[in-house]
Structures are given as structure tokens and as C-alpha cells.
Design a protein around this ligand. Structure first.
Ligand code: MG
Length: 452
């Protein structure tokens, strides 16, 4: 059997421009997508982040779609969630976002969207890879070439629709600092917050593919200026986006980056019912949800898995500790702008963010990693799946959906999971008490070492 080269990773196709992401690849992905959705007279929505290579990739992809008889609705430079939402609302047959999310400036990438606003699933990505490999495209003749339309006006509709699904009291305006990383959230996120009645100070809010303000990954280390600004201005909250603004990280009024898991627990309780999160998220989410009679569904790491589980379990909300949150009452695409609005909504209704997060139960965590060659990961993980649970006698539940996760009777848990990108197997352990945590971690590390 011929092995078809893999193009898609955990979040679309991503890599260095002119190495992995070439114009030729972009053309072939667009032609394959055209074939996949049925070619002539089908409609594709397209958008891009502000990377220097975004416009030329967009140009060749638009040409390839028109060449195959598709019509193109072009959003221009927009956050990723606008592409997902436009595909849903304007009834596109597919959406394309040209972005490398939080990766550095030399990178770019391509992410594809379904008519329901959800990212392409793995089986759809395999199908696109097959079409790219086989190159059986169907260009149309000169009289059937598709048309391209500018739909940059749609961003206003997106903002209005967002404001319609939240309840924000304009009489009690919050002071907000928003850091857009010079990414795709520049312009729109500050405009949205102002439309919501907030007093907004915007940082790094002019789009620039060199990301001169800060690294587009919204990690604690990259948010020093935002933290300082929140404190010195006396803001109620700071909001940071990644390069394509599908993620949101919050800074509390004291200038501390909000604990990712606790923030996820806080937002989850606003929805109730079933919520979805990934295997690596903290048990504080379960504790908070159980208190209000809700439940937590766990999925493998990755926003597509979260989206699929939301559909399957009719969940009210889904999110990853990375700050990628899905709001199914709006669209099945992670949306950092809406996530920001929802934090504003909570603070307005319930008070200071630091206090709200402080009220959430704290579970001490230890993260360890053990070096393991990529080629050995499968056999070692098979052994982990078969034998790891024998190390303990107080296990409540064993989950093998993405690595092996054991949860214990007191709410503590441990996850052994291979890194998708680096030569490591990672152990994440979270304990109800520090003593139990240390015990779990030691047993787990010793067990994994014995496997390698
Ligand atoms: Mg992103």
C-alpha cells in the first residue's frame, strides 16, 4: 500500500514558509478542497492572519478555487473565529483560514472549516491529503471560472451577533486592557470591547506579521507588559490573544495571569449541564461542575476533539486549558473574542476575578517528562495502558483516550501521555493533598522509567 504523506498536524497544516508551507502546496490544497466540496458553483469563505506571507498564500488559493469553478467570499485579515462563523452564517461549503496561530513570524499554515463552523476532522483531513497526493483536480473552462467577492463588511455582523448573545451592562463599564499581539485580533477585539461599553486600553493592536510587540504565544512569560499595564492603570481585567485570536488568556485585577484551569472551571460553571474538556485539564473543573449538578466529559487534546464531543454529548461549553474555548451557543469554532466578552460578563455579575478564582479549590500539580525516542512511544504506551493501573489500589476510573489517565477515589489523578511534537513522554499528576500528589508522582515516574 502506498503511504500518502501526512500534511495536517493537531491544528491544520503548519510550518515554515517556503519549506513546508509553499505556494505550490497552498494551490494544491485549495484545488483539493474544491474537489472535495463538489467543485463548480460551490462557495468557499477565506481569511488570513497578518503574517507577511498571508496575502500571497491567499492570492494563490483564491486563484486555485476560482480555477475549479468555486466562488470565493474573501474576509481579508480577520481572527480565525470570523472564518468559522462566516462559513456557518453565510452558508459556505467550506472555510479556509491562513494562519500559524501562535507560531513565530516565519511560519504560516492552513486550517479548513466545515459548513457548521467546525474545523475539519481527521478523516476529512486524510481525504484532502489523498486528493493533494493524487492531484486529480478538475479545472473548469474559461466561461465557468468562479467569482470572488469582498465580504470584509461581515466583521461588523460578527461583532453585532457576539454582543447579542452576551449580557453586558453598559451602565457599569469595566476597565479592560487588551493585548492583541499584533495578530489577527488587532482592531476587532478592542472595537468589540468598546462596543460592549468597556473602557479599553489596547496594546499591540496594529496588525504586523513581524509581531514586534510580543511573541504571539500568550504564555505567562510573554505577557509581562500586559500584567504591568493592568496594575498601573488599575484595570479590572487584562485580556490577551494568540496570533489568530481563537484563544484568550486573562490577567486578574492584581496583574496575575489567571490560572488556566481555574478560569476554565469558572466559565464552565456559568453554563452548567455537560461541559467538555481535555484529559490534561485539572480536576478543579469536575469539583466545580459537580457542585452545581453538572458533569465533565474528557477528550483527547485538540480543539476538534472538543468540538466533536460537544456535538455528541449535547454539551453547553467546551475548552482546553490553553485558552481555546468553544461556545456552542454561538459557533463550533474556538473564539478568543467571545471568550474575552464572557469573562467581562462574569466579572460584572460576580465581582473581582482574583477572588472568583481564589474561591476555586486548589489542586497541587507536578509535571514531569521522560525522554523517549519517537519510534519507541507506541510500544511503551501499550505497556503503560496494560500495566500502569496495577501500581495503585484506590483507582476510581481508567481512561485511555489520549495516553492513560487514572483518577483516584479522592479526586487526585495522573496522566501519562506521549508528546505529539517532542521526544518525551509526559506525566501530569494532580493531588487532592501534596502528600498524596508526591506519592502518585513518585510511583508514576518509577513505573514509566521501568518501561523505557
Ligand atoms: Mg490560535
Amino acid at each position: 500500500m502506498i503511504e500518502i504523506p501526512k500534511l495536517f498536524g493537531t491544528s491544520g497544516i503548519r510550518g515554515k514558509y517556503n519549506e513546508k508551507i509553499t505556494l505550490e502546496l497552498a494551490i494544491n490544497v485549495a484545488r483539493s478542497l474544491a474537489s472535495y466540496i463538489g467543485g463548480k458553483d460551490h462557495t468557499v469563505i477565506i481569511g488570513r492572519d497578518p503574517r507577511t506571507t498571508g496575502k500571497i498564500i491567499e492570492n494563490v488559493m483564491v486563484s486555485a478555487l476560482l480555477e475549479c469553478g468555486c466562488n470565493v467570499l474573501n474576509l481579508g485579515m480577520v481572527p480565525t473565529p470570523v472564518v468559522g462563523y462566516a462559513t456557518l452564517k453565510l452558508k459556505g461549503n467550506a472555510g479556509i483560514m491562513i494562519t500559524a496561530s501562535h507560531n513565530p513570524s516565519p511560519d504560516n499554515g492552513i486550517k479548513l472549516w466545515n459548513p457548521n463552523g467546525m474545523a475539519y476532522k481527521q478523516d476529512q483531513e486524510r481525504e484532502i491529503e489523498r486528493l493533494v497526493y493524487e492531484k486529480t483536480f478538475k479545472p473548469v473552462n474559461w466561461s465557468e471560472i468562479g467569482s470572488e467577492y469582498d465580504i470584509s463588511w461581515f466583521t461588523n455582523e460578527y461583532l453585532d451577533d457576539l454582543l447579542n448573545i452576551v449580557e453586558i451592562n453598559k451602565e457599569k463599564p469595566l476597565k479592560v486592557v487588551v493585548d492583541c499581539a499584533n495578530g489577527a485580533g488587532s482592531y476587532l477585539s478592542p472595537i468589540l470591547l468598546r462596543k460592549a461599553g468597556c473602557n479599553v486600553v489596547a496594546m499591540n493592536a496594529q496588525p504586523d506579521g513581524f509581531f514586534p510587540g510580543r511573541n504571539p504565544e500568550p504564555s505567562e512569560a510573554n505577557l509581562k507588559e500586559l500584567k504591568d499595564a493592568v496594575k498601573s492603570i488599575g484595570a479590572d481585567v487584562g485580556i490577551a490573544h494568540d496570533g489568530d485570536a481563537d484563544r484568550m488568556i486573562a490577567v486578574d485585577e492584581k496583574g496575575n495571569v489567571a490560572d488556566f484551569d481555574k478560569l476554565l472551571a469558572l466559565i464552565s460553571t456559568q453554563f452548567g449541564g455537560n461541559v467538555v474538556t481535555t484529559v490534561d485539564a485539572s480536576a478543579c473543573i469536575d469539583t466545580c461542575m459537580h457542585k452545581i449538578g453538572g458533569s465533565v466529559i474528557r477528550t483527547p487534546v485538540g480543539d476538534v476533539h472538543v468540538a466533536e464531543a460537544i456535538n455528541k454529548h449535547n454539551a453547553t461549553f467546551g475548552g482546553e486549558p490553553s485558552g481555546s474555548w468553544l461556545h456552542p451557543d454561538f459557533c463550533m469554532c474556538p473564539d478568543g473574542l467571545l471568550s474575552g466578552l464572557r469573562i467581562i460578563e462574569i466579572i460584572q455579575k460576580k465581582g473581582k476575578l482574583s477572588k472568583l478564582l481564589n474561591d476555586i479549590e486548589n489542586y497541587p500539580t507536578i509535571r514531569s517528562k521522560i525522554t523517549c525516542e519517537n519510534k519507541d512511544k507506541t510500544s511503551i504506551m501499550n505497556k503503560v495502558e496494560a500495566e500502569f493501573s496495577n501500581c495503585f489500589d484506590d483507582i476510581k476510573e481508567i481512561t485511555n483516550i489520549d495516553g492513560t489517565r487514572l483518577s483516584f477515589n479522592d479526586g487526585s489523578w495522573v496522566l501519562i501521555r506521549p508528546s505529539g511534537t517532542e521526544p518525551y513522554i509526559r506525566i501530569t499528576a494532580e493531588g487532592k493533598t501534596s502528600k498524596h500528589l508526591e506519592k502518585i508522582n513518585k510511583i508514576s515516574v518509577d513505573f514509566l522509567k521501568s518501561c523505557i
